[in-house]
Ligand binder design. Structure first.
Ligand SMILES: *Cc1c(COP(=O)(O)O)cnc(C)c1O
Length: 384
């Protein structure tokens, strides 16, 4: 990778050392131009007219995201964020009394809240599968639970927001297939970060956001739903994009994943997200993954060598998300001190991962991307 060239293609790199890529990454120039360019056209010729003119770029979003995931374009929906994308699929699952939902301790709280809501409304049971000692989901424990039966859904995150680990998504997929159980993967932190292939992972549903490691615009996200199960899912909301009106008083749902969409949307964002997906795929997800995991490993090593700093990350093979504390310092104060020196980091919030028995009050979170440099890591370390 030509890091200098990639940085000069990223205007934000000249302004900040951005180590908050798990929050929202810096978009590259082609994404900025696509979003700003479309919005400008909307302002000059009208929103509907701009959409007609850029029809091909809007449609290309589906091809671009499908290519990134090894999916088919008709399995992709554009949704305004990862949470709603996830919701549109989750709330479409016809849960019944006694159905079991299996998840993991590191689950994102928005998902956990939805499990609890559905459990209360439909009589489903939410069960948190035990971890391995390293914090990743235990495959043995999952298999034992699957063998007991009544599992309607296995639903987990690929990379949690707060503890650096990577869950064994593909191994979970193999177990789900062997037991014929539906598998929903929250890939919000792993898309644009790890090389992903939906067939290798074996998930039936996958959701992600645009703004994190994919470097797309805020207010964008997408949903993947495997073609074979698409028709078994009835979205909780349907509009005239998701379904066709059939006179005199009926309707017919779309057969593709666009049944999870709404008609009105952030069109410039959809175009920009397609450009971001192309940008990542063109660079090569394997190369991106290597670079991100390599930088994070280096940062962990340097942090561990500093007296007073404690790296908290878990998992056998940690991600690009690095969490740590500094003795005697409030994580928020570390974040503020870094910010004053032009280094962006974030602070984890225990309420965003409510099932986690290891939840700490807070930690500093430095999440690296391929455009970060050793010099930027040094800048963070010098703050400490
Ligand atoms: C950020 C995040 C989400 C939510 O994504 P939004 O686009 O903010 O809705 C869901 N799951 C995980 C693991 C996340 O990190």
């Amino acid at each position: 990778m030509d890091i200098d060239e990639l940085r000069s293609d990223t205007p934000g790199c000249a302004k900040v050392a951005h180590l908050n890529n798990a929050g929202a990454a810096l978009p590259p120039r082609p994404v900025i131009d696509a979003v700003a360019g479309h919005f400008e056209q909307e302002s000059l010729i009208g929103g509907y007219e701009a959409a007609e003119r850029n029809e091909a770029a809007i449609a290309h979003f589906y091809d671009a995201v499908a290519r990134l995931l090894g999916a088919r374009p008709d399995e992709i929906a554009f949704v305004e964020n990862a949470t709603r994308a996830w919701d549109m699929a989750f709330y479409a699952i016809p849960f019944a009394d006694g159905d079991r939902i299996l998840t993991t301790t590191s689950e994102y709280s928005s998902n956990a809240i939805a499990y609890q809501q559905v459990a209360a409304a439909k009589g489903a049971r939410v069960e948190v599968v035990p971890d391995e000692p390293d914090g990743t989901l235990s495959l043995d424990a999952l298999e034992a639970e699957l063998a007991k039966g009544d599992v309607r859904l296995v639903s987990l995150n690929h990379i949690p927001t707060h503890n650096g680990l990577i869950n064994p998504a593909a191994e979970v997929g193999r177990l789900c297939r062997a037991h014929g159980v539906l598998y929903l993967l929250d890939a919000c932190q792993s898309v644009g970060h790890l090389a992903l292939d939906v067939d290798e992972i074996g998930c039936d549903i996958l959701s992600a956001t645009g703004r994190k490691f994919l470097r797309g615009p805020r207010g964008t996200g997408f949903l993947y739903v495997r073609r074979e199960i698409l028709r078994t899912l009835v979205p909780p909301f349907l509009d005239l994009q998701a379904a066709d009106w059939k006179a005199p008083n009926g309707f017919e749902m779309r057969e593709d994943a666009q049944r999870f969409e709404t008609w009105e949307r952030h069109v410039a964002g959809q175009i920009g997200l397609g450009v971001a997906a192309d940008y990542a795929a063109d660079l090569g997800m394997e190369r991106i993954e290597d670079r991100v995991l390599g930088l994070a490993a280096r940062l962990r090593e340097e942090l561990s060598a500093r007296p007073g700093a404690t790296v908290l990350d878990r998992g056998a093979r940690p991600s690009g998300i690095v969490t740590f504390t500094v003795d005697g310092r409030d994580p928020a104060a570390v974040k503020a001190a870094a910010g004053e020196r032009g280094v962006n980091v974030n602070v984890t919030n225990p309420l965003s991962h409510g099932y986690d028995p290891h939840a700490r009050p807070a930690a500093v979170r430095a999440s690296v991307h391929y455009y970060n440099t050793d010099e930027e890591l040094e800048r963070l370390l010098s703050v400490l």
